[in-house]
Design a protein around this ligand. Sequence first.
Ligand code: NAD
Length: 321
Amino acid sequence: MAVIGLGVVGRRMIEQVALHRGWRIASAYDADPAVRAAIQKDHPSCPVVDSVAAAIHHPSAHLVYVAVPPLFHQELVVQAIAAGRAVLCEKPLGIDVAQSQQLAQAMNDSGLPQAVNFVFSSSAAVDRLAQGLQAPDFGLRSIEIRLHFKEWPRDWQRGAAWLTQADQGGFVREVLSHFIYLLMRLRGPLRLCSAQVVSPTPGAAEVSAQALLDSAGIPVSVSGVVGGSGPDVVEARFVGASQAYVLSDWYHLTHHDAQHPQGQKVQGLPEVPRVATYQRQLDQLLSLLKAQPHSLASFDTALAVQVLVEALLAQRRISDF
Ligand SMILES: NC(=O)c1ccc[n+]([C@@H]2O[C@H](COP(=O)([O-])OP(=O)(O)OC[C@H]3O[C@@H](n4cnc5c(N)ncnc54)[C@H](O)[C@@H]3O)[C@@H](O)[C@H]2O)c1
């Protein structure tokens, strides 16, 4: 794998590849020399190179992982396609819908293996949730997505100034997009009914996003807010006729019914879920390269997520509350 972009997720990938038997890093590149030096110091065996071309054209690089901020996904994916490399692109696919349509078309036309990195593609908790929702007695009535961040960006992404800007950052693209992907994966197309998004100043990322979506006739309410005290909340509730599932903090799933209104942990999920999920994602990526069935999102799927996300963000207004 060639890794382009060695920030939060690029580093994470380097660490996860080191734990996986089927993958190794062929080349790693970041536009910032200080970031390259830091990676070389922390991971002395990581093959850091000093240009995009050297990373993409490395003879052992069968797949290019594009892990840079969204505004630069397109130019790097185009270079990977030109070099005949498979692509794993970070989400969101892009910001400009017309540009992403062209990019998805170019990716499809190339015939090269392609995927976009949504964490819910390879999640054991999501597999169990999907089974639970399909049970004939579940009777789904509503879905609620709740996001609360005491500060944005979160402490572990504080160095990423782009996340504070409306052009490519904000929690709607960064976090809500994963849940939109999840709902599309579990239930098919989603429709935006109404939305209100608030940024404090022009050009700043949102501090509030409220929306109502339609998921095949089931209402989906979205409430996302930045500010105030913790704890942070990243949660989707699937409310049935007499039971519910709550997916929280990405990997945790609880089941609620009359006997257990506070919920019971769904058993049999991984003890260290983040590592397990990453490793499953890398397994899926190998299947993709071997032209075997896999669960990863295609560019077309990521484009559908982006279209909805950008429609929601188009409802942005400026207010200081
Ligand atoms: N899938 C997930 O769960 C998940 C989680 C967090 C972030 N992301 C996504 O991953 C991407 C990167 O996020 P991050 O948090 O790592 O950001 P980051 O700011 O921590 O790191 C991005 C790095 O890319 C480098 N860079 C910028 N432009 C470049 C270019 N043209 N060529 C080479 N390097 C370049 C920067 O110097 C920086 O080191 C974003 O699209 C983000 O939305 C995905």
